[in-house]
Design a binder for this molecule. Structure first.
Ligand SMILES: Cc1cc2nc3c(=O)[nH]c(=O)nc-3n(C[C@H](O)[C@H](O)[C@H](O)COP(=O)(O)OP(=O)(O)OC[C@H]3O[C@@H](n4cnc5c(N)ncnc54)[C@H](O)[C@@H]3O)c2cc1C
Length: 277
């Protein structure tokens, strides 16, 4: 029996709406901005498009209405992701870009109410960006059970010591969700790690990253690869008093469950992209 891959009418209507928005409003701007080296010129256009997206109800497809989102299910999120894949700026315009999107899910499911107000709500409002710091130069990123960044409780705080690199979007991010080992002997080994919310030293509240970084295109590209050497290393040294541990970590839920939430969404998006289009 053939599998019916047709989309329900509401998802088809959603796809038409997001496709029209991207084709008519986002794509022409993205094409023009790609030729502009001075990234400070990107800000006004991004702010204008983000306002327009919100007016059209195309904002935070993956988040509940409580946080200003569209509260879509997996199929709706995947459909929107597939459309955004055609013009990469689109995801940023409707505020579902990596790594913020994954971090929002993590905070929504595992943060305390106070942490949600402090970190998740500004992220959802588009006022700040975040990053996800897991990969390390000393060990294979493919296997998080080998993570060598350790977090040790000291009184009311945690002391975190280690190196991270390849941290997309770290420049200009307000905070990182950082993965560190808190229980080296845990069984299974996937339960060794915990997630921490770490405030980053350099914040640029209220402005989109292209504006705040003031970087040329070449600089922006280079930063992605050079972050470890001059920026994230200092983050770790400053992360001696971390008190914003995620609630899930407190319950001894390891990295695996965070990864499953994020991976599940990525796979759904991929499947729809491959099979439905
Ligand atoms: C553009 C980009 C953005 C990124 N953004 C982020 C980010 O925001 N945050 C973050 O934390 N990380 C980020 N990363 C890092 C990414 O998660 C890692 O590169 C990835 O997990 C692989 O880890 P690695 O680079 O250490 O390679 P390794 O794990 O060392 O792998 C190198 C090679 O060895 C193979 N290999 C590894 N272990 C085994 C094994 N046991 N058996 C057989 N083969 C093996 C792999 O398949 C691969 O071919 C980013 C990477 C890129 C390229």
């Amino acid at each position: 029996m053939a599998i019916d891959f047709s989309l329900p009418p509401d998802i088809v209507a959603l796809r038409t709406k997001i496709r029209e928005f991207i084709d008519k409003d986002v794509e022409p701007v993205a094409t023009r901005l790609e030729k502009v080296d001075d990234r400070s010129q990107w800000g006004p256009e991004i702010i204008r498009l983000r306002k327009l997206a919100r007016e059209k109800g195309l904002w935070l497809p993956h988040m509940p209405k409580e946080f200003g989102g569209m509260e879509l299910g997996a199929l709706g999120i995947a459909t929107v992701s597939a459309e955004c894949g055609r013009v990469p700026l689109s995801a940023f315009i409707i505020n579902c870009q990596a790594p913020d999107e994954g971090n929002m899910h993590t905070l929504l499911h595992f943060a305390t109410p106070a942490q949600k107000e402090k970190y998740l709500r500004p992220l959802c409002n588009g006022f700040v960006r975040s990053c996800f710091a897991m990969t390390e130069p000393e060990v294979a990123g493919s296997d998080p059970t080998g993570i060598q960044t350790f977090a040790v409780r000291q009184g009311d705080h945690w002391h975190i010591n280690g190196h991270k690199w390849f941290i997309s979007g770290a420049r200009g991010a307000k905070f990182a969700i950082l993965i560190a080992c808190t229980d080296p002997d845990a069984d299974p080994p996937q339960a060794r790690n915990s997630a921490f919310i770490v405030d980053l030293p350099r914040s640029h509240l209220g402005l989109p990253p292209m504006v705040t970084s003031q970087a040329t295109k070449e600089e922006a590209d280079a930063v992605r690869w050079q972050w470890l050497a001059d920026k994230l290393a200092s983050l770790e040294l400053n992360a001696e008093k971390v008190d914003a541990k995620l609630a899930a970590a407190e319950a001894k839920v390891g990295l695996w469950q965070f990864a499953c939430v994020i991976l599940g969404i990525l796979l759904t998006a991929l499947a729809v992209n491959v099979f439905v289009r």
